[in-house]
Design a protein around this ligand. Structure first.
Ligand code: CA
Length: 154
C-alpha cells in the first residue's frame, strides 16, 4: 500500500513539476502572473529575461483560463503580447502571428495611438487597446520543458 501511495505521489509530482515555482501550467505552457506594473516594452524585456514572451490570449480556452487566474489573483488589468505594427496590423509580436482569436470589447480597438492590447476587468476581462507606455501588470509564458524538448527534436 505504501509503495502504491509513493508511486502515485511521485507520478503526480513529475506531472506537476513541469513548471518551476511561480509558474502555472496551461496545456504545454508555463505562465507567470507575479509581475510588477510596467510599460508594455519593459514587460516584454522582463519576459525575455525569463526566456519567455508576453502572454498570448490566442484561444477561447486560454482566454477563459487567463480570466480565471486574473479573478483569483485580483488582477484588474493585464498586458498581452498583442501590438499593432507600423503597417497597422495587430499581431502577437514575439511569435509574429496575426490574431486568429479576438475578444475586443465592443467599440475597441478605438484610438489609433493606442497600439498595445490588455485585458481589463472594467470591460469584463475583454480586450482594450491602450497606449503602450501605460504601466500595468502582465504575464509571461514559455513552453514547458518537455514540450520544448519535443520542439527541439523536430
Ligand atoms: Ca482603447
Amino acid at each position: 500500500m505504501l509503495c502504491v501511495v509513493l508511486f502515485l505521489a511521485l507520478t503526480a509530482h513529475s506531472v506537476l513539476a513541469e513548471c518551476t515555482e511561480g509558474w502555472l501550467q496551461f496545456e504545454d505552457l508555463c505562465v507567470n502572473f507575479n509581475m510588477p506594473f510596467l510599460t508594455w516594452d519593459d514587460a516584454l524585456e522582463v519576459c525575455r529575461a525569463y526566456g519567455a514572451i508576453l502572454v498570448q490570449d490566442n484561444s477561447q480556452e486560454k482566454h477563459d483560463w487567463l480570466v480565471e487566474q486574473m479573478k483569483s489573483r485580483g488582477i484588474l488589468k493585464l498586458w498581452t503580447g498583442g501590438r499593432r505594427d507600423s503597417s497597422g496590423v495587430w499581431k502577437w509580436v514575439q511569435s509574429n502571428e496575426t490574431f486568429s482569436y479576438v475578444t475586443w470589447y465592443p467599440g475597441e480597438p478605438n484610438y489609433n495611438f493606442e497600439n498595445c492590447v490588455y485585458l481589463t476587468k472594467r470591460y469584463n476581462y475583454n480586450w482594450n487597446n491602450q497606449v503602450c507606455s501605460y504601466k500595468i501588470p502582465f504575464a509571461c509564458e514559455r513552453r514547458t520543458p518537455s514540450s520544448e524538448g519535443l520542439a527541439e527534436s523536430d
